[in-house]
Design a protein around this ligand. Structure first.
Ligand SMILES: [Zn+2]
Length: 238
């Protein structure tokens, strides 16, 4: 009986591995998708900043040009001051000069803000570039590892299935059908160790008699409550 139990436990490990391989078909592509998205997002963040920087630089140039034009205009008005003849002309020119000055002043404020923005973006771009390069390097490595894992799932599954076949031929049919029924019905482990004088899966307590029978190990007993196959393990059961 001990040997059959060992076979069942081996079978259980194989089935667990097969389950994990099956699950990895779902989560490995998800992980790959996340890694690819991270690269894409870092790239977009970098590209957007580069674009914003170009826009800000163009704005800066335009403002500088506009200020120069307005300053030339101001100079022209100030020269006209010399040849003013009437009070009316004087008032009109002063108004023009004030308006140009106000215009220059607001453009200068805008220019300073734009220069700050250019500085900020230039700094950000440095950081974003480092982040992009690191993300690309790390994620590409991880992606190739994950891809290899995905590519090897088929072979691993076939290998495990062969192992499984070999083991199941050594397990009596009746025991196999109990194992399969519990595994499919309950999910998780079908063979569990006794724990604190109870079933290790559903915690239903066991009679002293039953524990004794399980310890003796000449027969594989099942839990009355959940139907799982029970065994005694000196390290777990105590
Ligand atoms: Zn149970």
């Amino acid at each position: 009986m001990q040997q059959k139990l060992e076979l069942l436990l081996k079978l259980q490990v194989i089935d667990y591995d097969l389950g994990e391989l099956e699950r990895s078909k779902e989560y490995l592509p998800d992980m790959m998708e996340n890694l690819t998205r991270e690269i894409k997002e870092a790239q977009e963040q970098y590209d957007n900043s580069v674009e914003s920087l170009e826009e800000a630089k163009i704005k800066q140039k335009n403002l500088e040009l506009e200020i120069k034009t307005k300053e030339a205009e101001l100079q022209k008005f100030q020269q006209q001051m010399m040849s003013i003849k009437t009070n009316k002309e004087y008032d009109a020119l002063v108004a023009e000069i004030d308006s140009v000055k106000a215009n220059i002043s607001s453009k200068e404020t805008e220019l300073l803000e734009t220069i700050d923005l250019v500085d900020l973006l230039e700094n950000n771009i440095k950081d974003y570039k480092i982040k992009l390069e690191q993300t690309k390097e790390n994620n590409t490595k991880q992606l190739s590892i994950l891809q290899k894992k995905i590519d090897s799932i088929g072979d691993k599954v076939s290998g495990k299935e062969v192992e499984r076949k070999v083991i199941t031929t050594e397990i009596p049919k009746q025991l196999m059908s109990v194992y399969e029924r519990v595994r499919k019905g309950k999910g998780g482990s079908a063979v569990v160790a006794v724990k604190k004088r109870a079933c290790g899966a559903c915690y239903k307590s066991l009679t002293p008699r039953k524990i004794q029978d399980i310890r003796r190990g000449d027969k594989i007993l099942t839990c009355d409550n959940c139907g799982r196959l029970l065994y005694w393990d000196d390290n777990i059961s105590k």
